[in-house]
Design a protein around this ligand. Structure first.
Ligand code: DON
Length: 306
């Protein structure tokens, strides 16, 4: 496969969609990004990386971090007695990423680990396991991406905390049901920090390589059992793009996780991990040009999981 040629063609296809969506403004610090950015990168399972456009420009990973927190918790639990799955479900929510409505009827157990409520539970568990959830994630991402310069964006984390009433409400509500192990202020602080990490398409495609390598890290050591990597990919497919997951699976046919920074990572198990970035979002919080690019990538290559 001539990845470079495919990416050039994908970028040309996606170009008209850039600027179509709206840059996230509910966290004021995210608004600073120019809407006309577009980049895409592919990292194959042997570590070769290809990219076009703004593929080396760092952006706010936001909810893409939820994939890595889940992987780190699963890596330390291996489905054992403290399985995270007793505290968070595996069903699509059909509701927006920051919705509160299902939590009361479902006794404080979030539908899945990729909506905010579920991600807060996962970060809570990572905090218990590591003593410093966000820093352990940053260190993991530096190692996996090979980029030691990765860092938190303090302005984004602060802005998120300042406008974080809804996430705080989700956390307090789950604490009332006994579904948090750590104090609410600590859980939401680590969640805001993990969302604020800045990475490029290159960094994210490389760091997500273990999902395409059936759980093997970049250095060949095992992070996850193959079945655990399969499970994360399955939940990405069904829940990774929120209340648009059905439409995304229909169009793209790959496990994927989006973030309101405009990034989307997508996995082709056994072949490669992709990351696309363009800040304009649709109403569900997914990058418009990013989804168009991934749609065209699977059309050109025939490489969906179906
Ligand atoms: O919880 C929040 O509001 C953000 N920090 C993360 C949200 C996000 O990326 C949702 N994704 N589309």
């Amino acid at each position: 496969m001539d990845y470079q040629a495919v990416l050039e063609e994908v970028a040309a296809h996606a170009r008209p969609y850039v600027r179509q969506g709206r840059v996230a403004d509910y966290i004021p610090a995210l608004e600073r990004v120019s809407a006309d950015r577009f980049g895409i990168a592919v990292a194959d399972i042997n570590g070769e990386v290809y990219g076009v456009g703004d593929w080396e420009t760092p952006f706010s990973v936001q909810s893409i971090s939820k994939t890595f927190s889940l992987a780190l918790v699963m890596a330390q639990s291996h489905g054992g007695h403290d399985s995270i799955w007793r505290r968070v479900g595996r069903e699509p929510s059909g509701t927006p990423f920051n919705s509160l409505v299902q939590l009361e009827a479902e006794n404080g157990i979030p539908r899945n680990p990729f909506i905010n409520a579920g991600a807060l539970v996962v970060t809570d568990r990572l905090q218990t396991l590591t003593g410093d959830a966000s820093t352990s994630m940053l260190h993991f991402l530096r190692e996996e991406s090979g980029n030691q310069d990765l860092a938190f964006d303090q302005a984004v984390a602060d802005s998120e905390a300042e406008h974080g009433d809804r996430n705080a409400a989700l956390a307090h509500f789950m604490a009332a049901f006994g579904n948090l192990e750590n104090p609410v202020p600590s859980v939401i602080e680590h969640y805001f920090w993990q969302c604020s990490i800045e990475m490029s398409c290159r960094d994210l495609a490389v760091a997500g390589g273990f999902l395409a390598r059936h759980g093997l890290r970049a250095d060949g050591s095992r992070l996850l059992e193959a079945r655990e990597a399969k499970r994360i990919n399955a939940v990405m497919l069904t829940c990774g793009t929120y209340d648009a997951a059905g439409e995304f699976a229909y169009r793209v046919g790959l496990p994927a996780k989006s973030g309101v920074g405009g990034g989307i990572i997508a996995v082709i198990p056994g072949r490669c991990t992709l990351c696309v970035w363009s800040p304009g979002l649709d109403a569900r919080g997914n990058s418009v040009a990013g989804a168009a690019a991934l749609d065209h990538f699977t059309t050109l290559t025939g490489w969906s999981v179906f």
